[in-house]
Design a binder for this molecule. Structure first.
Ligand code: VG1
Ligand code: CO
Length: 540
């Protein structure tokens, strides 16, 4: 099997966004499209030649075809060994764990995460580096630059390999180790949490459901919750991965997980994760835990879990994530870092040991056990806390707010807006920023208004244009930014945060509490008016 070279011309727009390259399936199916991007990756990542590469995806439509294409290309490009999840599956956190365990030089994860799948849905490809984390911007930029001048790709003529059974095989000179996609990740999680305590909680009449949303986490949840922790089979919902996610939107938030939300009055705990298993949603009866609060609660209770019994060194959160975590860090006397949106910005801080736990408002939390966000990790962490504290989710939150204050929080998304309209709205706010300081929002004085820029404290790299923010001291914030994961038009995200120290006012309605901030954003950006929509498409 000799590698051969196929001529191609570059495709426009192969620029990875917040998390990898995401496009409509039809775009990825264009002849040479996936190949052009993958060859750009091999051309710019010489360490993969002769090295080890992990490969797997979230099982969405086109996953299996893409795996075969990438295997042939990897062999032709001289990769030494591919570690492949059986069935072509690996959740994003599992891929991170696998890269680290097998000391791979990198890995490819096939996923468009929470974006819908199926023939008319989205597909995506992400590259993770040898630390197990999403490629930093310098790497994705190099891949993109290469894609703009690519003129050939390398492949082999070979029959598709059988993907589904673990074992050793090969393609040309390249070894392929097909592994159980769940085992390594499950074993890692077991080292972090008190499985005995969780087992006794689950056997003691505790009522929970885990919603896999027909995405990749189902098999992981089955192994950990049912096989290892002894939960009854019926804790699992939608646990069978399907190429179109059963027609659903594999985004674990109360808006998209209605089926689980509807069951909650009769349950003690509900959880869900997204397409590629890196997000998590946590519900208690009558309460949805905001992801920003979840990060803060995990940090405050970290010592209850064996993996964090010695405490945490620091916390990081993405800029739009509420400052609830900052309050915990201050109380613990540890640093709290504010990074741009996207997990790639946590990598250096984790590698340098400056943080142990990090999270985003978009239902992502994780720790230094991997270099990705980890949905099942967060669910187990909550179960560990519940097993030790034996209090309802709502009581844990109420106590947390009494101690640290409550950061009321909500995100409003205007999805698939015409790009020019979205740009104009953002430009209007950007222009207004310098004049806003000193004005007030509902009686709160604006102390700072800027476009967030970040200098990485470890390597000094700079990321600019990371979101417009209007800050009222510690009391409130309004943030606006454009999504970097959408595949249609532009999605505008508005983030609202309001601090409340008074326990008597910590159980109010979130949207009502945030109303002055929401009105301010409409005055500044005019999204309702510009789009003709009555309000945001999704409120979380
Ligand atoms: C969104 C979230 C961001 C997250 C990213 C990838 O990005 O806001 O916090 O890191 O998705 O998550 P954006 O640019 O659309 O706001 V996942 O689970 O979709 O890989
Ligand atoms: Co995801």
């Amino acid at each position: 099997m000799t590698p051969h070279s196929i001529a191609i011309t570059p495709f426009q727009g192969q620029k990875p966004g917040t998390s990898g390259l995401r496009k409509k399936v039809a775009e990825f199916q264009r002849p040479g499209y996936l190949e052009a991007f993958v060859q750009s990756l091999f051309d710019t990542q010489p360490a993969l030649r002769g090295g080890i590469m992990a490969l797997g995806g979230d099982g969405r439509y086109f996953n299996r075809e893409a795996v075969q294409i990438i295997l042939r290309m990897a062999a032709a490009n001289g990769v030494g060994r591919v570690i492949l999840g059986a069935g072509g599956l690996l959740s994003t956190p599992a891929a991170s764990a696998v890269i680290r365990k097998y000391q791979a030089q990198g890995g490819i994860v096939l996923s468009a995460s929470h974006n819908p799948g199926g023939p008319d849905g989205d597909f995506g490809i992400k590259f993770n580096t040898s630390n197990g984390g999403p490629a930093p911007e310098a790497v994705t930029e190099a891949i993109y630059q290469r894609s703009q001048s690519i003129e050939r790709y390398l492949t082999l003529d070979a029959a598709p390999i059988a993907l589904d059974k673990p074992g050793e095989t090969s393609l040309g000179d390249m070894a392929i180790s097909i592994i159980d996609p769940v085992a390594d990740h499950a074993a890692l999680l077991q080292t972090l949490f008190d499985f005995d305590a969780i087992r006794s909680l689950l056997r003691g009449g505790f009522r929970m459901r885990f919603d896999g949303m027909h995405a990749v986490t189902g098999p992981y949840a089955r192994r950990v919750l049912v096989d290892m922790l002894g939960a009854p089979e019926d804790v699992l919902m939608n646990a069978q991965p399907l190429p179109d996610f059963g027609g659903g939107h594999p985004d674990p938030n109360p808006a998209h997980a209605e089926e689980l939300v509807a069951l909650m009055p009769g349950l003690d705990f509900g959880a869900a994760s997204d397409g590629d298993g890196d997000r998590n949603m946590i519900l208690g009866p009558g309460i949805a835990v905001s992801p920003s609060d979840s990060l803060a609660v995990l940090a405050a209770n970290a010592r209850l879990a064996p993996g964090y019994a010695n405490g945490i060194t620091g916390i990081a959160r993405s800029m739009p994530t509420s400052r609830a975590a900052d309050a915990v860090a201050a109380a613990l006397g540890i640093p709290c870092f504010e990074t741009p949106t996207g997990w790639k910005f946590f990598g250096n801080l984790l590698d340098a040991g400056q943080i142990t736990i990090c999270g985003e408002e978009s239902y992502g939390t994780s720790s230094n056990h991997v270099r990705e966000k980890d949905g099942l990790w967060a669910v187990l962490f909550w179960l560990n806390i519940l097993a030790k504290r034996r209090e309802p989710v709502g009581a844990i939150l109420a106590q947390h707010w009494r101690q640290y204050g409550r950061h009321y929080y909500s995100r409003h998304d205007y999805e698939a807006v015409d790009s020019a309209t979205a740009q104009a709205a953002m430009a209007q706010l950007a222009q207004a920023l310098p004049g806003l300081v000193g004005h007030d929002i509902g009686g709160l004085t604006i102390t700072q208004a800027d476009d967030f820029a970040y200098t990485d404290p470890v390597d000094g790299s700079v990321a600019k244009g990371q979101g417009l923010r209007v800050i009222c001291g510690d009391a409130a914030r309004v943030v606006a930014r454009l999504s970097g994961t959408g595949t249609e038009g532009a999605t505008v995200r508005l983030y609202f945060e309001r601090f409340e120290a008074d326990p008597a006012r910590q159980q109010d309605d979130v949207q009502t509490t945030l109303a002055p901030l929401i009105d301010f954003a409409e005055n500044q950006l005019g999204l309702r008016q510009r789009t003709g929509r009555p309000g945001p498409d999704v409120i979380t």
